[in-house]
Design a protein around this ligand. Sequence first.
Ligand SMILES: Nc1ncnc2c1ncn2[C@@H]1O[C@H](COP(=O)(O)OP(=O)(O)OP(=O)(O)O)[C@@H](O)[C@H]1O
Ligand SMILES: [Mg+2]
Length: 421
Amino acid sequence: MPRSAIAEMRTGLRNKIVSLAGTINGLMAALNPFIWDRPLDDPAKIVGMDAFAQQVALTLKGQTNVALFGPRDTGKTTFTNQLALELGRDHGPDAPAFDVVKINLQRVVSIPGFIGCVHDALSAHPDRHLRRSAQRQFEALEKEIGFDIKVIKGSVKSVARTTEQDAEALHAQLVSMRKLSNHLVVIFDEFQRLAHCPGDPLAVIRSALMSSGANHVSLLFTGSIRTVLQMMLEDSSQPLFGEAAQLQLPVIGRIEFLEYLEFQFQATSKPAEEAALEHLLNLTAAHPRRTQQLAWECWNETRPGRPVQLQTVIDAHNDLVQTIERSEFSAMLDLLISGDDGEVNEVRALQMLADRGGQKLTSRPLVARYGFSSAARIKPTLLRLQRRGLIDEHRGVWRIVDPFFEEWLRRSSPLADTYPE
Ligand SMILES: Nc1ncnc2c1ncn2[C@@H]1O[C@H](COP(=O)(O)OP(=O)(O)OP(=O)(O)O)[C@@H](O)[C@H]1O
Ligand SMILES: [Mg+2]
């Protein structure tokens, strides 16, 4: 064989090895692209919120406060991340870039807890300058009014403080926060928690962040329990009555979600069959967290280079529905079923919704079959479940918010499919 032919063979072989190594590397390096255990912060992974983020950003920059409702796990916190990016953009001379402080009220049940959350939000703020000026403000407060976060958080022993003193400290802290920027949006995530907080935190917010010295501050309140959030803003005896435009977090369009999933599976060398994707979204009704979780599970169950098939989705879904057995949902159901009449009614209503869907719920045979003492019990029961964030109503139709919980209930219901309508 001539030398040149051998050299050519060698080069060809080397190229093949290099390209094979690249493919193997690519396959090994691909990480599961789906996230379901925490809010998303990478804007490239946030589906379908661009237009809404812009709308809300402009509303806030126009000095209108916004209350945003969205059921559990449907993407409120994720949305606030996208919104913060949008607020940081310059939208013209009337709407320059805004600074954003995000305060997570998820676990707040007292004013000192609220103060701790504000402190945490500022001391972990991504903007270094803002973080440092917050520190300086707090030091100044310490000198001025003896505000000491270590005392408030309880890590240092102190004489008992009164609720009024705590409310004053919160007020001072919020006033100093508003001085941090000339254009500021404060986001209160899970705002409805404050409904049960003693010491009138809403009045403190109103006086510190909505009074004459705070024209440069706009507020966003998010909440997952619609009725509670509404009560805080629509009841004329509440300090924040009528102070915010109420918006609903939009659902992610099915096609948009489908295209996103298709792209992510493809890009990580596990292309999904059309039927698999369609079925995945049918099973989750495009519920954001559950869709991502099911996609995550399907991805894990598929070998690199292999397609995600319909059966993959069916199996993964079965596995996930079974996990409800050990979740907070079933723990709550156990509590309800051994509770008083009102609570047992909640179990009845959940089963009825899971089995029959959310229409015509007061028909007489249904009422008797599920053990309600009368049809009049159903409406108040649905409202109780709504206050727990388990069900929601849209255009007169009630539904269970979490599609896996719903499926688990249906599978374990003694009455499902027994009596065709
Ligand atoms: N815009 C989105 N695009 C794609 N997936 C999303 C989007 N928003 C939320 N998700 C999915 O839903 C999950 C929950 O999102 P997030 O924590 O933002 O919801 P939440 O409404 O704040 O929940 P909670 O009520 O528990 O506070 C995320 O981990 C992600 O999987
Ligand atoms: Mg959240």
